[in-house]
Write a protein that binds this ligand. Structure first.
Ligand code: SAM
Length: 287
């Protein structure tokens, strides 16, 4: 790795300390090949704290006083790439299997809940809301909510605004742009999600490897392109928690390169590409 004169340099020992801390705090696994990425993403944290070396940074972030910085560090190290309507096949499956369930629920005035776990800047939960409202407009006045959670406070703040640039909105069909977004009104080329969507989609900060405060189950859980950053052990600890959090008729979605190895041991059955339904309760599958 080439050292740039005048720029703080991350050595192997400091990298190891930071990678271990990131793993402990967030489950994110940083292999050695990520050293350059870590160095470049954390340099602005050193500047913000007026620290000259990664050694000083590692000391600070690992100290008792480093709690706030640990959050900034995790925020800098997460990969937040997202798009509207990513992995379209999941939306089709949701229409096919869940819309009939939701119609029955609405007839009985029962609640309908969806969770986008690791939602980044909100494009995933807003896409789910648009898709379902397009298929079943009556959901807008039902007890229907989508919870978007992420460890990164920065993306949660952005998601709550519901404000997106034209390049972020590029994946939306014209009909969705017209029905579900409004111009910013501040001469910027941004658009906002409508109030109807913002009433349905709610955001909270949540670290998936800490305790989950939710005390009800979800009809669908999307945790796509999140566990790919975790090691096998962390993934295996999450499957029973997701299984417990999913309603009996619910669907669980992972990203295209993620898999549950032996899904049946966690009470899941594969129902499509990286999509799972619940097949049975597994003893010990607890939050
Ligand atoms: C690549 S984005 C995926 C966004 C969206 N699910 C999608 O597929 O478009 C991964 C997100 O996972 C979040 N993340 C990483 N570790 C997490 C953790 N321990 N708890 C909650 N969210 C986490 C990151 O902050 C990031 O926003």
């Amino acid at each position: 790795m080439r050292q740039i004169p005048g720029q703080p340099w991350l050595d192997d020992r400091q990298f190891h300390m930071i990678a271990s801390l990131a793993h402990r705090e967030s489950g994110i696994k940083l292999a050695r090949e990520k050293k350059l990425m870590v160095q470049s993403r954390l340099r602005h944290r050193l500047r913000a704290l007026k620290l000259g070396t990664f050694s000083d940074y590692a000391d600070h972030v690992l100290s008792q006083d480093g709690a706030e910085e640990r959050r900034f560090m995790i925020s800098a190290l997460t990969t937040n790439v997202s798009h509207f309507f990513r992995e379209a096949q999941h939306f089709e499956l949701m229409s096919e299997r869940l819309i009939p369930v939701f119609r029955k629920r609405m007839d009985r005035n029962e609640r309908i809940r969806i969770w986008s776990a690791g939602c980044s800047n909100g494009q995933e939960p807003y896409s789910i809301a648009m898709h379902l409202l397009r298929q079943e407009p009556a959901l807008a006045s039902a007890d229907f909510r989508i919870l978007g959670t992420d460890i990164d406070p920065h993306v949660i703040r952005q998601a709550k605004t519901g404000r997106y640039t034209s390049s972020q909105l590029a994946g939306l069909a014209q009909a969705d742009l017209e029905q579900f977004t409004v111009a910013s009104g501040d001469s910027q080329p941004h658009r906002h999600m409508t109030e109807v969507l913002k009433k349905i989609v709610l955001f909270k900060e949540l670290n998936l490897i800490s305790d989950w405060p939710m005390r009800f189950t979800f009809d669908a859980i999307f945790c796509r392109n999140v566990v790919i950053y975790f090691d096998q052990v962390t993934q295996t600890q999450l499957w029973p928690k997701f299984s417990s959090a999913l309603a009996p008729s619910g669907l669980f979605f992972l990203g295209h390169s993620e898999r549950i190895l032996s899904p049946d041991s966690y009470g899941f059955r594969s129902v499509g590409p990286t999509a799972y339904s619940k097949c049975c309760e597994v003893s010990g599958a607890a939050r």
